[in-house]
Write a protein that binds this ligand. Structure first.
Ligand SMILES: *Cc1c(COP(=O)(O)O)cnc(C)c1O
Length: 455
C-alpha cells in the first residue's frame, strides 16, 4: 500500500498539546546529544514527525506553523502531492545507476527544464549536483576552465556554503569558518550594496554608486583580467536578506560582460518562485552567465545545479564535472514535479500574495515598535532587521528573544545576518493566509513580550 499525500494530510491549524519541547522531543534530544556530533546544531529542540501545507507536526503531536521551509527548501510544500507521486514511482523503478555510468531520462529532463526557466533565452547547458555548496564549487570550476583565470570575487555578508572553497567565499566567521582553515586561495571580497547600512550624510548609496565602489576595489586590488568569476547572491540569504539597491546587479553584470568575467548568480536561496519570480535576477532583467540553484529545486530532495551559457558550460573537459550521486533519479523526479507544481499552481503569484500579507502586518508592527529598523525582502523571503531604536546598532539579543518566544508558541522562525539581528521568514507557498495571520499574531505577541532595553 502506498500512502498518498491526502492520507497523510495534516490538519492546518497551530495546536500545542504539550509544552515545547514535549517529552518525546526531550527524549530524542537526549539521544541526539550522545549520538550526533556536537557541531551539528538545531534551531529548535523539537523533532519532526510529519509536515504538509504550512504545518510541521512534532513527535508529541504539536502542530507548528512553518515560517522556515527547512531553510527555503520546501517552497512547493512538504510532501507536495506531485512530488510524492513522482518519487514513489521512481523509487519503485530504480534508485540509482549513476548518470555517468548508465544515464537516464530524468536528469536530461531536469536539465531541459532548468535551461527553460532560468533567465535568458540563449543556448544553455546544465549539470546536476547534490548540495548548494557543491554546485557553487562547480560554477567556479567551470568559470576557471572557460576563462583560464584563477581569481574569484565575492561580497561582504555573502554565504556560499561550508566546503573548503565555499567557506573561503562565505563572509561570516562564526559559526561557518572559525577553526576550519586554511581556506582556498584566490578569493577576493568586495563591499555589497546594503541600503539600510549604506546611508551616509548624503542619503543611501544608490545601486550604481555601490557598484562603482565594489568594482573600483576589484579593479585596483585584483585586476579585472585576473578574475574568472564574480559570484553574488542577488538577495543575500544567511547574510541578512540584504536586497541591493536597484541598479547594483545590472552594473555588476555589465562590468563582467565588458571584462570577460563570468557573472555567477548564486540563487540557491532565492530561486524557484521564492521571491515571486522564477529567480531573483528576473526582477531587474539581469541575465547571469551561470546560475547556481539548489534548496527549492526539488521539494525537499537533495539536488543542485549549475545552468549557463553553452560555451562556458562546455568548456570543462569530459569527465571533469560530475559525482556519484549528482542528479540522483529520485531527486530528478522530485525536481520535475516541483517545477510542474510551481507552474500548475501559479506559485509565483502566490509568493507575491504572501509578500503583500506579510509586509502589511510587519509594517504595522514596525510602526508600533521602533526596534524594527528595517523591513525588507521579496515574495516569501521577508525579513526584519532589529536595532536599538533610532540607530542602526544591531540588537542580536532581541532577535534571539523574539525567535525563542515564537518557538515556544509554536511558530518556526529563523534568524540570520552578519550581526545575528535579523528575523527571516521563508514560509512554504502551500501555507494558508489564515496560518500566516496566526503566525504574525504570535510574532506581535513575541515582540510585545520582550521589553525594550533602557539606553
Ligand atoms: C544554503 C546556501 C548555499 C549552500 O547550500 P547547501 O545545500 O547547504 O550546500 C549556498 N548559497 C546560498 C545562497 C545558500 O543560501
Amino acid at each position: 500500500m502506498t500512502l498518498t499525500a491526502d492520507q497523510t494530510a495534516v490538519d492546518q491549524g497551530r495546536r500545542l498539546v504539550t509544552e515545547l519541547p514535549g517529552p518525546r522531543s526531550r527524549e530524542l534530544m537526549a539521544r541526539k546529544s550522545v549520538a550526533v556530533a556536537g557541531g551539528v546544531g538545531t534551531t529548535m529542540p523539537v523533532f519532526a514527525a510529519r509536515a504538509a501545507g504550512g504545518i510541521v507536526v512534532d513527535v508529541d503531536g504539536n502542530h507548528l506553523i512553518d515560517l522556515g521551509s527547512g531553510i527555503a527548501v520546501t517552497t512547493v510544500g512538504n510532501s507536495a502531492p506531485r512530488v510524492v507521486d513522482a518519487v514513489q514511482e521512481q523509487v519503485a523503478a530504480f534508485t540509482h545507476t549513476c548518470f555517468m555510468v548508465t544515464p537516464y531520462e530524468g536528469y536530461v529532463a531536469v536539465a531541459e527544464a532548468l535551461n527553460r526557466v532560468t533567465p535568458g533565452d540563449h543556448e544553455k547547458r546544465s549539470a546536476l549536483f547534490n548540495s548548494g555548496a557543491e554546485a557553487v564549487e562547480n560554477a567556479v570550476k567551470i568559470a576557471r576552465a572557460a576563462t583560464g583565470r584563477d581569481a574569484v570575487a565575492v561580497f561582504d555578508h555573502a554565504y556560499h556554503g561550508r566546503t573548503n572553497l565555499t567557506m573561503a567565499m562565505t563572509a561570516k566567521v562564526m559559526p561557518y569558518k572559525r577553526g576550519f582553515g586554511p581556506f582556498a586561495g584566490e578569493v577576493y571580497r568586495a563591499p555589497v550594496s546594503y541600503p539600510f547600512r549604506d546611508a551616509g550624510p548624503d542619503g543611501a548609496l544608490d545601486g550604481a554608486a555601490a557598484a562603482r565602489r565594489a568594482l573600483d576595489l576589484l579593479d585596483k586590488q585584483v585586476g579585472a583580467d585576473q578574475l574568472a568569476a564574480l559570484v553574488i547572491e542577488p538577495i543575500q540569504g544567511e547574510g541578512g536578506f540584504i536586497e541591493p539597491a536597484p541598479g547594483f546587479l545590472p552594473a555588476l553584470a555589465q562590468w563582467c560582460h565588458e571584462h570577460g568575467v563570468v557573472f555567477v548568480a548564486d540563487e540557491v536561496q532565492t530561486g524557484f518562485a521564492r521571491t515571486g519570480d522564477w529567480f531573483a535576477c528576473d526582477r531587474e532583467g539581469v541575465v547571469p552567465d551561470l546560475i547556481v540553484t539548489a534548496k527549492g529545486i526539488a521539494g525537499g530532495l537533495p539536488l543542485s545545479a549549475v545552468t549557463g551559457r553553452a560555451e562556458l558550460m562546455d568548456a570543462a573537459h569530459a569527465g571533469g564535472l560530475g559525482g556519484t550521486y549528482g542528479g540522483n533519479p529520485l531527486a530528478c523526479a522530485a525536481a520535475l514535479a516541483a517545477i510542474e507544481t510551481i507552474e500548475a499552481e501559479g506559485l509565483l503569484g502566490r509568493a507575491r500574495e504572501v509578500e503583500a500579507l506579510m509586509t502589511r502586518r510587519l509594517r504595522a508592527l514596525q510602526e508600533r515598535d521602533p526596534r524594527i529598523g528595517d523591513l525588507r525582502g521579496r515574495g516569501a523571503m521577508i525579513a526584519v532587521e532589529l536595532v536599538r531604536p533610532g540607530t542602526t546598532e544591531p540588537d542580536a539579543d532581541l532577535a534571539k528573544a523574539v525567535a525563542t518566544a515564537a518557538h515556544r508558541d509554536g511558530v518556526i522562525v529563523l534568524t540570520c545576518g552578519t550581526y545575528s539581528n535579523v528575523l527571516r521568514f521563508l514560509p512554504p507557498l502551500s501555507i494558508s493566509d489564515a496560518l500566516l495571520e496566526d503566525a504574525l499574531d504570535v510574532l506581535d505577541t513575541a515582540f510585545a513580550s520582550v521589553p525594550g532595553k533602557a539606553r
